[in-house]
Ligand binder design. Structure first.
Ligand SMILES: [Zn+2]
Length: 460
């Protein structure tokens, strides 16, 4: 078995992956806050996590993949300032927060299906786990990690010597400057575990708790639900790099303080952002808000975007432009056409290729190099067609481009009829009629190409 190497944010090093249990892996991924559509920058994270899971499975691990749905408590800043995201969505659409949550959860699940992202083993919703969150806060309270001010329960970061280790925070240098938004906080990095009083008095979601009626802070849900489904210590936790300084840092603080087990999570993996041409980060408002739907409206297939993501390593910023996406679309279409040419039922994968491929994906998920091997395989003239097909299908267990399911476009009868007439005209060297028929076929949405055997028709 080849060694799997992953870059661990906790140590800032590439490490050999060794699972806590012999052949199974527990993996937790921070899911969406369901107050709006996911934009393609968000979706990059889920594609990266899907590749990670598929690589683990390719290495014969059984993966328990847990993903949360945030439907309460997340403010527009990841810390405790800004607007309440769910409330913002509800006001925008004049619906209740529950309606907003249901609608955008459904839309998120549809997006990931269209991107052929494997469904998590466990989906867990924050509002379904309020009791678990309250119990965890009580544990922290009993162990002396909390304080109560102004009706809210805070986590006291000064009680933890290694607070901020994920972000490599220098606590000595990081002096206690005043936090303007919340004067109740004793230390700069303290954060809310439970709100009973906040500036959002119209918060629609409230639950009874030992500290009064209210709702949880954002970070506690991930600690509570990950430990509920994966145990008090597990293998992998992932998300976008924006989670490192606050959200994941606070998750570590909560979980390690509650259980005393360190490290809570062995490997932390984070993906870089999708960036727009002017270096901007994609946001959930304005012109920069591109969804999967936007791409489809512009004539792209969701898998063009998946292919586009695979072309850049997950730890590098991915530069988005329409031209770059167009190139990915062309490559993806060419790949599909080529795979169809070799479609077969039985074939053997040459060891040379399976080894090369595994070497790349096991090197911290090097998908750009893995894709390069795909194209090398087509150049190998000695490779039999059925073996080539088997090789690509094996690679697709990791790439997830749906290569097995590709079908020839069904060409309507009237198009075939026109094509036959055109072939006849060409045989008669009647180029005027032949050109006229081609224009007609094109105007009906199909392309026709002449080949040695006659012609091929494709949907535009
Ligand atoms: Zn989280």
């Amino acid at each position: 078995m080849m060694v799997l190497t992953l870059y661990n944010t906790l140590t800032r090093k590439k490490e050999s992956f060794v699972s806590l249990k012999k052949s199974s892996v527990g993996m937790y991924c921070c899911g969406p806050t369901v107050y709006n559509y996911a934009h393609i920058g968000n979706l990059r994270s889920y594609i990266f996590e899907d590749i990670l899971r598929r690589v683990l499975e390719f290495n014969k691990f059984k993966v328990k993949h847990v993903m949360n749905i945030t439907d309460v408590g997340h403010l527009t800043s990841d810390a405790d300032s800004g607007e309440d995201k769910m409330l913002k969505g509800a006001k925008r659409e004049k619906k209740t927060v529950y309606e907003i949550a249901e609608f955008y959860t459904k839309s998120f699940k549809e997006d990931i299906k269209r991107l052929i992202i494997l469904e998590p083993t466990v989906w867990c919703k924050a509002t379904d786990h309020i009791t678990d969150q309250i119990e965890l806060i009580q544990t922290l309270e009993k162990k002396g990690f909390t304080y109560l001010v102004g009706g809210n329960v805070y986590f006291d970061t000064s009680k933890l010597k290694d607070y901020g280790k994920l972000v490599k925070l220098d606590l000595e240098a990081d002096t206690q400057e005043r936090v303007e938004e919340d004067k109740n906080k004793k230390n700069k990095h303290d954060f809310v575990l439970w709100f009973t009083k906040s500036k959002f008095q119209d918060q629609g979601m409230k639950w009874k708790s030992p500290w009064g009626e209210g709702y949880p802070g954002w970070h506690i849900e991930c600690s509570a639900m990950s430990m509920k489904y994966l145990g008090k210590q597990f293998d992998i936790h992932c998300g976008g790099i924006d989670h490192i300084p606050v959200h994941h840092t606070n998750e570590i603080a909560q979980s390690e303080s509650a259980t005393g087990t360190k490290p809570w999570v062995k490997y932390w993996l984070h993906n870089e952002f999708l960036v727009l041409s002017k270096g901007e980060k994609m946001a959930k408002s304005g012109d920069n808000f591109i969804t999967l739907q936007t791409l489809e409206e512009k004539g792209f297939h969701p898998l063009d975007y998946r292919y586009f993501c695979l072309g850049t390593h997950y730890r590098k910023p991915l530069m988005f432009s329409w031209d770059a996406l167009e190139s990915a679309k062309n490559a993806r279409t060419r790949l599909f056409d080529k795979v169809l040419e070799h479609k077969s039922t039985v074939g053997k994968v040459p060891t040379k290729y399976s080894t090369q491929f595994m070497k790349e994906i096991n090197n911290d998920l090097n998908t750009p190099n893995a894709l390069a091997i795909v194209w090398d395989v087509f150049k190998d003239k000695k490779l039999k067609s059925n073996d080539l097909y088997a090789t690509l299908i094996l690679f697709d267990e990791v790439l997830g481009l749906g290569l097995k399911g590709i079908k020839k476009d069904k060409i309507p009868q009237d198009i075939t009829k026109l094509a036959k007439e055109r072939l006849q005209a060409r045989q008669n060297k009647d180029w005027t009629t032949s050109d006229k028929l081609r224009d007609e076929i094109n105007s009906l949405g199909y392309d026709i190409e002449d080949s040695a055997e006659g012609y091929t028709i494709k949907k535009k």
